[in-house]
Design a protein around this ligand. Structure first.
Ligand code: DGL
Length: 300
């Protein structure tokens, strides 16, 4: 199996300040990063955008696993103690594999308290209103009314069926329908004009409506990129359709996690570093859209 490692510009020793790492295939994860920074202002953060390999959404699963592992290693080497996969595709396809087959050995090798967390568990907790540990007791249960959750995502996330499988285990009266949007993240990255994006989104909302037979009661924008066109989803969906907000759900879940796990050192000097496997500077236009202002990226 190919082992992908990013070129490591600066290796941080164990003695250096620890931080929260945030990983995404691109700059879409900045929407999640911003919510985390607001929630943990004193913590040190390091963000890695794997722009050299984005988009992840249509890649084979094994590649997504290897790329995500390489991203985690880069962030751990730069001082992260916890890496948050802000990318739905990486969370859906790589997270469990990495937690089960790679992370335990890597922890032993480095002798550090480290973890990798994802964005899907917090989203499902927000969608079901139930803690992750909850599994439905199905004995003799009669389901009277079913709410429908629509999930717009990359083909990788939709193909994993993670939302369908995990919600079905926990909440029988919530049916999930995923709508893969193969071009949307790329169009957003390319800064396509709003009319093009609106038409693309309206097409997916209509395709989902036809498949369900009606519009969903609630929706998840299950790709970090979609957050910046949330207004176009709101226009295409029936007025008032609630959207589950992944950045806030992830910040809420992380706050609960750190309360249970005080062993993780998150730093305390409010440091912010931004790394890209792509070319620093090229992401400037998009960063303004995702972050609301300029940021300086370094080569990873
Ligand atoms: N950021 C990724 C996600 O949330 C989507 C973009 C990509 O395909 O790389 O799934």
């Amino acid at each position: 199996m190919t082992v992908i490692r990013f070129r490591c510009a600066k290796r941080t020793s164990k003695a250096d300040a620890m931080s929260i790492g945030v990983f995404d295939s691109g700059v879409g994860g900045l929407t999640v990063h911003r919510a985390l920074v607001e929630r943990f202002p004193a913590a040190d953060f390091i963000y890695l955008a794997d722009q050299a390999n984005a988009p992840y959404g249509g890649r084979p699963g094994e590649e997504i696993v290897e790329l995500t592992k390489a991203g985690c290693i880069r962030l751990f080497e730069a001082g992260a103690s916890v890496v948050v996969l802000a990318c739905n595709t990486a969370s859906a396809i790589a997270l469990r594999r990495l937690q089960q087959t790679w992370l335990p050995g890597y922890r032993r090798e480095t002798g550090r308290a480290l973890n990798v967390l994802g964005i899907i568990v917090p989203t499902i907790e927000a969608a079901t209103g139930l803690p992750w540990e909850h599994e439905a007791d199905r004995r003799g249960e009669q389901v009277q009314k079913v709410d429908v959750l629509g999930v717009f995502s990359t083909p990788g996330t939709a193909g994993s069926r993670v939302f369908e499988i995990e919600i079905d285990k926990r909440k029988q009266d919530l049916a999930v329908f995923s709508e893969p949007c193969p071009n949307l993240a790329r169009l957003i990255e390319q800064d396509a004009n709003r009319a093009v994006l609106a038409a693309e989104i309206a097409g997916h909302v209509e395709a989902l409506r036809r498949r369900i037979g009606r519009h969903p009661d609630r929706a998840v924008l299950g790709c970090t990129h979609y957050e910046i066109v949330a207004d176009l989803f709101r226009e295409a969906l029936p007025p008032g359709t609630p959207l589950i907000h992944q950045p806030d759900s992830t910040a809420d879940a992380l706050a609960r996690y750190f309360e249970r796990h005080p062993e993780y050192d998150l730093g305390s000097s409010g440091g912010r570093r931004f790394l890209t496997t792509g070319t620093p500077g090229e992401q400037n236009g998009l960063v303004a859209a995702f972050w609301g202002g300029p940021l300086v990226f370094e080569a990873a």
